[in-house]
Design a protein around this ligand. Structure first.
Ligand code: MN
Length: 749
């Protein structure tokens, strides 16, 4: 090994700080024997760069700052990480603390190293509030998912480990927060990745800085008891191994040492005394085959007497995370309780590797054999991939798919974490927060930028929903929401609203129809005209008045006919129509003398009871007519629409007069036909022109004719009215490469 004293003796003497840096780098060099000389040289260059970048910065203990990145790199050599990872480890704090840019790193060390450093810098910026337990789990997953390369997580763990080891140099006020974060975020990640040594070290270090006094006391007590029990452990190990050999099954019995943290956690959670926790001795026995677990159990129970009620069969019934073992507690020599775990090698691998455990949880098949086999297979394939691909990011992609096949983690503006299925959109998020937020959503900001409600969310997005009390769910949302919750909430709301709106519409239409018959107001169905209403409902076949109104509103019954019948029934009771009212109503409503169904005003808030025809897509400012389809409610067409003209000839009594309200509450969709030259970036310019004119593109239809010099593209746009559309078309016409822009009109076909 090269040491500082024989490489740079003079510097060491002149600058004690430099010598500390050189000494620790020498330690790192000594651990690089698994790299090629060229790789070692690259690592050396990264060290020089980092040393220069951190020049003059000191750690809290007075050492040059660069000793920290070196220590992180040393930890990475324990996991035999490659040169790129070691270089990134050496420079991991350079971007954050020294104003080094990513571009500079890319130029000097290549994109892969620069990406690693950049990834680490981004993780560094994530702040986490550990007060909420379930958020810790989400945060861990997000952290893992955000890192595009497994090496980022490994370097991060090495970084955290070194910071924990040197925590005593930090001000005491920071110990609690950092230790909690380590305990809840980083230790479980280490566990999940199978880095069990790091997992236990991080737990013990966190415990030490969270509860220094308890740690001291426990640590002394544990040392003492370790001494006391050595004889017993050796004796039990010999006795057990001999007994198994005698039965023709040679095994190794391994004494299990409890970590300080696990002792503490047991005492704390189960309110046990120190001796209650530590006087239980633990052994693990690895047997060849699954059935040997049970044979082994028989051997053990003959050797020592079992403690009743302490046997657990996690082989037949694995724990939810896939853990399998037989557990039993026996009374050993001197009457001491000894815990035994029996498992196969495959089960042991799964038990020690949290990554596999998580995957097994996902698979969670009732058949333990299958889940274990799959778990082992998966683990094996993981190791294969790791060995076969030198591309760490490809490896990481595999893990990620298995770990989080279907989740995306995003934040509310108040930094609350929400887990949503992959592909979830802004609206899924809105409904996940509260159905009131979803129902009233009008706009969204993602990471501070205005984005459409249909936008798919990415890990780490901060999502903010803008609501409006007057807003209502849009049926179009159903086409892009991913979660069942959002879907059912939207459906439920639309249905309820549609029902109410149909009732209202029906009531209005019948009232109007009755005026045309000379009766000014719709009488109540209670009191004087109760019997009249009953007759009317028998005639229409409806259960009650509300249902009849809904039927009229939905177009299942025609208002003028019901009105006529009601007028006849009312006149039978002596209520005579007012001839003056008849003439004014009929004069005002009909141009052609057809029975009036009343004027309906539309402002876009009608929900499902009113639909805007797909053929002509009318917008405010267009002359419109309403067609009462059979059971589909009111369909609004443009007056000159060929489809509606055809329907009018055939089915004129189903038409009623409609008009736009002076103020509409939402944009309406219509289609613009744009003819443009083919060319690079043209579509983007056209889309930009539309957006600049404040219209939303909801659909683009390119047609499938082969590309020629000019193309027709149909944009479905959401606009306020005709004036707005004209503005959009003008803006399109001014766009270079656009030859023609007009509103799309359905052909007469
Ligand atoms: Mn660091």
């Amino acid at each position: 090994m090269i040491t500082a004293s024989n490489t740079e003796p003079t510097t060491a003497q002149a600058h004690p700080a430099d010598s500390a840096a050189a000494a620790s780098f020498a330690t790192l060099l000594g651990k690089l024997d698994y790299l090629t000389p060229a790789d070692v040289e690259s690592v050396r260059q990264a060290y020089r760069f980092a040393d220069e970048a951190h020049l003059g910065q000191l750690r809290k203990n007075g050492d040059p700052y660069v000793t920290h990145p070196i220590a992180v790199a040393v930890q990475c050599t324990e996991w035999k990480l490659d040169a790129q990872a070691l270089m990134a480890a050496l420079m991991h704090d350079a971007m954050e603390d020294c104003g080094v840019t990513k571009q500079e790193l890319t130029e000097r060390f290549g994109a892969p190293v620069a990406d690693l450093v950049d990834g680490l810098t981004k993780l560094e910026k994530l702040e986490f509030d550990t007060r909420e337990q379930n958020q810790a789990e989400s945060f861990r997953k997000m952290l893992l998912a955000m890192a595009k390369d497994v090496r980022v997580i490994l370097i991060k763990l090495a970084d955290r480990t070194h910071n924990m080891r040197t925590m005593s140099d930090m001000p005491r006020s920071k110990w609690g927060r950092i230790s909690n974060e380590t305990l809840e975020i980083y230790a479980p990640i280490a566990h999940r990745l199978g880095l069990n040594f790091t997992y236990r070290e991080l737990q013990d270090l966190s415990f030490r800085f969270l509860h220094p006094w308890r740690y001291e006391v426990l640590s002394k007590a544990l040392n003492k008891s370790r001494h006391r029990r050595r004889d017993l452990m050796t004796r039990v190990q010999l006795e057990v191994e001999n007994e198994f050999s005698r039965h023709g099954m040679p095994v190794r019995a391994m004494g299990r040492e409890k970590t300080l943290f696990s002792v503490y956690r047991k005492m704390d959670n189960k309110h046990l005394s120190f001796s209650q926790v530590t006087d239980i001795y633990g052994f693990r026995i690895i047997v060849p085959e699954m059935t040997d677990c049970y044979t082994g159990l028989g051997i053990l129970h003959q050797l020592y007497k079992p403690v009743p009620g302490k046997f657990r069969d996690y082989v037949a019934i694995p724990k939810v995370n896939g853990y399998q073992s037989l557990h039993t507690t026996l009374i050993g020599p001197f009457g001491t309780n000894i815990e035994f775990q029996l498992r196969t090698h495959a089960m042991d691998v799964v038990a020690e590797s949290g990554v596999a455990a998580h995957w097994l949880y996902k698979a969670s098949e009732p058949n333990s054999d299958t889940s274990q086999r799959l778990g082992t297979q998966w683990l094996q394939s993981l190791l294969d991939i790791q060995q076969e691909t030198h591309d760490a990011s490809e490896f990481w992609d595999h893990i990620k798919i298995d770990l989080f096949p279907d989740a995306v983690y995003v934040f509310t503006p108040k930094s609350k974490i929400m887990a949503l299925p992959r592909g979830a959109t802004v609206m899924d998020f809105a409904y996940a927060i509260h159905s009131g937020v979803g129902n009233r959503a009008v706009a969204a900001r993602i990471n501070g930028e205005q984005r459409p409600l249909r936008t798919e969310l990415n890990n780490g997005d901060v999502v903010e929903i803008v609501t409006d009390d007057k807003a209502e769910p849009n049926p179009a949302w159903l086409s892009f929401v991913k979660t069942g919750r959002a879907r059912s909430k939207i459906r439920h709301h639309l249905k309820t609203v549609a029902q109410e709106k149909s009732n209202e519409l029906g009531e209005r239409m019948l009232n109007q129809a009755l005026r045309s018959e000379g009766i000014a107001t719709l009488p109540s169905d209670e009191g004087t005209y109760k019997a009249t209403w009953e007759k009317l409902l028998r005639f229409t076949g409806n259960k009650n008045r509300i249902e009849l109104m809904a039927d009229i509103g939905m177009g299942k019954r025609i208002a003028s006919m019901v009105g006529k019948k009601l007028a006849v029934l009312l006149s039978e009771t002596g209520l005579k129509p007012d001839p003056l009212l008849i003439s004014t109503e009929r004069y005002a409503s009909g141009h052609d003398g057809s029975a009036s169904q009343g004027l309906v005003t539309l402002d876009g808030s009608e929900g499902l009871s009113v639909q805007y025809a797909k053929c002509c897509k009318p917008i405010p400012g267009d002359r419109i007519v309403g067609y009462l389809g059979r059971g589909e409610g009111l369909v609004v067409h443009a007056e000159e629409c060929p489809t509606s003209k055809r329907l009018q000839m055939r089915d004129s009594e189903r038409f009623l007069e409609v008009e736009w309200a002076d103020e509409t509450v939402r944009p309406f969709e219509t289609t613009a036909l744009v003819t443009m030259n083919n060319g690079k970036g043209v579509l983007a310019r056209v889309a930009a022109a539309i957006t600049t004119a404040e219209a939303d593109i909801t659909h683009v239809d390119m047609g499938d004719e082969p590309a020629q010099t000019a193309t027709d593209i149909r944009f479905t746009l959401a606009v306020r009215d005709r004036v707005h559309l004209a503005h959009v078309l003008r803006s399109l016409k001014r766009t270079p490469s656009v030859l023609k822009a007009q509103r799309y009109k359905p052909s007469k076909a």
